[in-house]
Design a protein around this ligand. Sequence first.
Ligand SMILES: Nc1ncnc2c1ncn2[C@@H]1O[C@H](COP(=O)(O)OP(=O)(O)O)[C@@H](O)[C@H]1O
Ligand SMILES: [Mg+2]
Length: 396
Amino acid sequence: MFERASTIIRDGNKLSFDYVPATIVCRAEQQRTLETLFRPLAADGRPCSAFLTGGVGTGKTVTAKRFCADLARYCQQHNRLLDVIFVNCRIRNTEYGVILEILRYFDRGFPDRGFATDEMLDSLKKHLELNRRPAVIVLDEVDNLLRNNSRNLVYQLSRFSEDLPNPSTLSLIMISQFSVAEMLDEASMSTFKRANAVRFNRYTEDELLQIINARAAEALEPDTLLPPEAAMIAKQAAEYGDARFAIEILERAASVAETEPEGNICPDDIRTAGSSVYSDVSEAKLDDLDDNRRLALLAIARAIKDRASISITAAEKTYAVVCEEYGVPARKHTQFWTYVQGLERNGFVSTEVRSEQDGGRSTYIGIPNIPPRELAKKLEYIIDRDGAVAEEREFS
Ligand SMILES: Nc1ncnc2c1ncn2[C@@H]1O[C@H](COP(=O)(O)OP(=O)(O)O)[C@@H](O)[C@H]1O
Ligand SMILES: [Mg+2]
């Protein structure tokens, strides 16, 4: 058992989803923007902020982690210390949970009950003051928090530094799939400038190829992934523009190849890996959507049936029916259109403007990657499983 040495994978850790490479390829522009935004902090400890947005797998988390680690190292080299506190708001999706996680960074034994959030914020302020050095809090997947009506926390944190003496400043990096304007209210928006937005676009096929090659060079034995096979992975992942998808195909293809005698990854390994990742990933991506977007997507999937695409007007009619079925109010046209655009960014739907016979123009929506019936079934399952819509139904 285990005696056969690995022929393909040299270092499996480098393929794990939370590995942070030393260099992040294809994100130089975002890294430069972050550097510009955080120059005041690096120079003399003044508080800064940034809001990172983009679809799933566009490298937001990994870029933020790389940036914070580099920033902390830079400060250290200049004889200043910096605390970085990373909170995933999908796991801690309440105000209380997030503050507790932050407090525990300073005080590991902070009790998990008995304190109101205001008291906890005061306690955090005291820690920062005593600490006498800047802190950066990263709120990853912050949309989960804002959705739960926890805007107040974001507002409080964004203004924290006003009462704190330098160098005890608090800087904030927020990461979300959706745009700042969509997530924050007016008050928080005013402290959190629109200009601090950093956009992460979906990766092109060529960018994915660079990411795959960089990761293969770190994780695999030399010459086990050859250019035609690397190109195949990039092509498969390009449908979503999602690097997570690309790296998972790479990992599974490498594991399959490991069991075979050839000593390198061949096209069939990638086909096998691709189809297994494909069904998992689409489910994981559906998990990431909130109820409103799930309902909008369900409506589109049901309306489309076996056609290639449908008009937005037709989709909206089905959307009204779906909302009624689940007992939630249907959103207005502009909001529905925002959902469709978000779904397009995540690769679930595609849109196209077409000229009509009467001379007008209308938008058509298609579902390019998943059979619509399959998609509808998965969505119905997920919505029922999570039950949030059902609860709302009871109260309305
Ligand atoms: N530009 C890149 N260079 C190297 N690896 C990347 C890059 N972008 C994403 N990845 C990898 O792809 C996966 C998904 O990236 P992640 O940062 O988690 O995406 P997001 O937070 O936007 O959903 C991670 O394993 C990450 O390391
Ligand atoms: Mg992320």
